[in-house]
Ligand binder design. Structure first.
Ligand code: C5P
Length: 224
């Protein structure tokens, strides 16, 4: 089975307040994106990696990648204005003969090799897999423009979606083509909207997304 990895890394990272693109910020001496690149490079089920970088920083990403001499081909391409556009650029740059595409946010450096392998295996059965963890807190819902609570959701049926998300190639390609212009914070949303069944694969709480400066500190603790 042939799996291509797409790493969306073209976000602005404004919440970290750093002039360096978030995936290139050093975490314990190594660029954030390099942690997940090393995991995918080690995974025998992955044949290549596409990094989707901010257009004005592609050369910086290429320079970092060159430093680490990965065994697998790692291609850098420019991203778009939204996460979905960036991932779709990656899909368009993928060999259409691959079986699966695994999408993983550059901002999640603590992904484990086991989780990557298990999620790809799960996709062989289900065609669309979202790694997620059970929600620990009580979640309240409000209207868009108000802080008045209109519902308290049953947390027993709530999951926090992470990446990796793994899809059969053509399913993801079609979902992105149909979903152009939609606001989507993950790829599974587009596949769900396309009408396909998407299955949750239970992941790991330590696979955090680095968004704010506190998250960098938490990641450092996990890496100790
Ligand atoms: O903004 P958010 O935290 O959801 O971003 C998730 C991932 O998508 C990040 O790794 C970010 O770099 C990437 N992204 C992208 N292109 C954009 C916006 C976000 O590749 N235009």
């Amino acid at each position: 089975m042939r799996t291509q990895v797409i790493i969306p890394a073209a976000g602005s990272g404004v919440r970290l307040n750093s002039p360096t693109p978030k995936p290139l910020i050093l975490l314990k001496g190594k660029e954030i994106i390099v942690y997940s690149l090393e995991v995918f490079d080690q995974c025998s089920m992955v044949e290549g990696i596409i990094v989707v970088a901010p257009a004005q920083h592609c050369a910086d990403f290429e320079a970092v990648i060159k430093k680490y001499s990965f065994k697998k081909p790692v291609k850098v391409i420019p991203g778009g204005a939204t996460r979905s556009e960036s991932v779709f650029n990656g899909v368009k740059a993928t060999d259409p003969n691959v079986d699966y595409i695994l999408v993983h946010d550059a901002a999640r450096p603590l992904v484990s090799l086991k989780l990557v392998e298990d999620s790809i295996r799960a996709c062989e059965m289900s065609k669309a897999i979202v790694v997620a963890v059970p929600v620990k807190s009580t979640i309240k819902r409000t209207d868009h423009n108000s802080k008045d609570i209109n519902a308290t959701l049953d947390r027993n049926i709530l999951w926090e979606a992470q990446t990796p998300q793994v899809f059969a190639y053509e399913l993801l390609n079609q979902a992105h083509q149909r979903g152009i212009g939609l606001e989507a914070t993950d790829d599974a949303f587009l596949v769900e909207r396309y009408g396909a069944k998407v299955k949750i694969f239970e992941g790991e709480y330590r696979n955090i997304k680095i968004t704010t400066p506190e998250d960098l500190k938490i990641a450092e603790v996990f890496l100790e």
